[in-house]
Design a protein around this ligand. Structure first.
Ligand code: URA
Length: 210
């Protein structure tokens, strides 16, 4: 992808996103919508995957048919809300390898601290798609991508549902080589770091916690 930021304006994505933003949308419906949107975003993010051909036989004849080339891609969920996007993408790309990055925010320094990191081998040869529904301050996205690069990843994309201008700017500064694919760019962050108008806390809405 050549663009640093791609906003997927497809009507289905936008309609589903509106349903997700609505505070009256129940948890189970929220999760289902996230799953559906994740697949539409995955369609966009994988648009330029390398292809090769494979000799197959249809019931009528032999042909060289297109198949994905190279190593299986790596999906990296930034815990915990990333799992909501991961589930849908994995349905669409079932052979993908999966990794997890867990980060929490230190109360004093406000810096992200790693508590879990488990990723597929040979990251350097894979397309790596990091997923987290909310790109807010960008602190955890930047830290997660720092870790992925340290682990060898060279071709990384970031998938989210909503992005704040602040998070996009932070990512562009820290990781200009990592394209972002999102369903919308909202107005701003509030004083608590929530995206406005947003949809609230994605993890809480997904799992019914508060
Ligand atoms: N994380 C969320 O879940 N929601 C926001 O609005 C910002 C960060």
């Amino acid at each position: 992808m050549s663009e640093h930021l791609t906003v997927v304006t497809h009507p289905l994505v936008q309609h589903k996103l509106t349903l997700m933003r609505d505070k009256n949308t129940p948890t189970a419906v929220f999760r289902q919508l996230l799953r559906e949107i994740s697949q539409l975003l995955a369609y966009e993010i994988t648009r330029e995957l390398d292809m090769t051909t494979k000799r197959i036989e249809t019931p009528l004849t032999a042909m060289d048919a297109p198949v994905l080339a190279g190593k299986k891609l790596a999906l990296i969920s930034i815990l915990r809300a990333g799992n909501g996007l991961l589930d849908g993408v994995l349905e669409l790309i079932p052979l993908a390898r999966v990794g997890f990055v867990g980060l929490y925010r230190d109360e004093e320094t406000l810096e992200p601290v790693q508590y879990y990191f488990k990723v597929p081998t040979e990251l350097e040869d894979r397309l790596v798609v990091a997923v987290d529904p909310m790109l807010a301050t960008g602190n955890s996205a930047v830290a997660a991508i720092d870790l992925l690069k340290k682990a060898g990843a060279r071709n990384i994309r970031f998938m989210c549902l909503l992005a704040a201008p602040e998070g996009i700017a932070r990512m562009k500064e820290a990781h200009p080589d990592v394209p972002i694919v999102t369903a919308a760019v909202d107005e701003r962050l509030n004083e608590h770091g929530y995206i406005v108008p947003g949809l609230g806390d994605a993890g809480d809405r997904m799992y019914g916690t508060r």
